[in-house]
Design a protein around this ligand. Structure first.
Ligand code: CP3
Length: 342
């Protein structure tokens, strides 16, 4: 495999230009993606290795991003655990919700090589087509984020049910989190065996917890996942939405990259996470602004990271469906034409 800038930056090693990819880069802001979704549902798309490969490639071909990310969803492995996952009206729904210690005891274990075979076939199809132009990122949800969806039964404004569950049934909650950590670690291991070059864990909802609760209910399970899937030369990225209060805890985590949101100061993150690579952190809403705004805000991030080998440009969270495609093109050009100083 060639020395990709993305992998070099993730490992904190010298490289030529700042690599960029963006979360949800294959998604509804792209007319080419909407054309595929006009023919099949999201669930059907996630089950077809050919279509997975097609949409994973779209943003690489269109913008020249430095990494591809497997097209799939963090909630899919919850099906073989026994919950029905649907994406019909708006946000995802998980039924029946997990609300009691008995519900946790009733969840099933499964072999990811068997039950997630369509996703693994998707990885093979992507790799065939990518032909080593760019590396491929595999991913999973963090145990706490997955548990939030399972207990809430979908997205949530206040996270009342997951908080009620962890505070009133801490033992059952920890059993659930351990099972999710085991499942997620094994699933990532299988993705790596099948060919992904890097893995990212999405802790999208960990940021609702106090620092103490994060230390108790999210971080140890992330550590388990990263220990299980640890493989030489495969960088491990943790994305945490609302990163700032947890930076000192994350400094201790054994992984190569922390992906930070836009509220987190980049210089402060470099200083606290000393030695780790950083990914981020443009506010996705900046992409709704003028060309000048996009270039100015991207340049600020580039300047703040110019002397670091361990930096990957990304957004602070996923790209939004109404984002103008032209601004994505501008962003990639701004990043790729930047002269690094390290
Ligand atoms: O980044 C990528 O391009 C890879 C594919 C990917 C998707 N979801 C595709 C998707 C990835 C990495 C995810 C992760 C994911 N899924 C997360 C973590 C990242 C984050 O945003 O915090 C979460 C929380 C989910 C759960 C999920 N899946 C939600 C909340 C939704 C609906 C939100 C929405 O935008 O409608 C999904 C569905 C989903 N997953 C879509 C895509 C492109 C939209 C589906 C469609 O085409 O209608």
């Amino acid at each position: 495999m060639p020395d990709f800038d993305f992998i070099q930056a993730a490992q904190g090693r010298p490289h030529d230009r700042v690599p960029i990819w963006i979360m949800r880069q294959a998604g509804r802001y792209l007319p080419e993606y909407r054309a595929v979704r006009g023919k099949v549902s999201f669930a059907e798309l996630c089950e077809s290795p050919d279509l997975i490969a097609e949409v994973t490639h779209q943003p690489i071909n269109i913008f020249g991003f430095d990494a591809a990310i497997l097209f799939s969803d963090i909630l899919l492995p919850l099906e073989p655990m026994g919950q029905k996952v649907s994406y019909d009206n708006g946000g995802p729904r998980l039924t029946p919700p997990v609300r009691t210690p008995e519900d946790v005891a009733g969840l099933k274990s499964f072999d990811p090589a068997e039950k997630m075979g369509h996703v693994l076939s998707g990885i093979r199809a992507i790799k065939d087509r990518l032909d080593d132009i760019v590396p491929l990122i595999g991913f999973c949800g963090s145990p706490f984020t997955l548990a939030s969806y399972m207990v809430e039964g979908g997205g949530s404004a206040h996270f009342t049910e997951i908080k009620r569950f962890i505070y009133n049934h801490p033992k059952a909650a920890k059993t659930l989190l351990s099972r999710l950590a085991e499942m997620t670690g094994e699933y990532l291991k299988e993705q790596i065996k099948t060919g992904v070059d890097c893995v990212q864990l999405f802790d999208s909802w960990g940021g609702i917890l106090s620092v103490d609760s994060y230390r108790e209910f999210s971080l140890p399970y992330i550590k388990t996942v990263f220990d299980i899937c640890r493989t030489e030369n495969i960088p491990r990225i943790l994305y945490l939405n609302g990163t700032r209060p947890y930076l000192p805890l994350l400094a201790e985590l054994d992984c190569e990259v922390i992906s930070i949101d836009w509220r987190t100061d980049l210089a402060e993150a470099f200083s606290i996470l000393d030695g780790k690579s950083i990914q981020g952190n443009l506010d996705p809403q900046i992409l709704f602004g003028t060309a000048e705004l996009v270039e100015r805000e991207a340049s600020k991030i580039l300047e703040a990271s110019a002397d670091k080998d361990g930096f990957i440009f990304n957004l602070g969270h996923g790209i939004l469906p109404a984002t103008p495609v032209e601004n994505v093109r501008r962003l990639v050009n701004t990043v790729h034409s930047f002269a690094r100083t390290s």
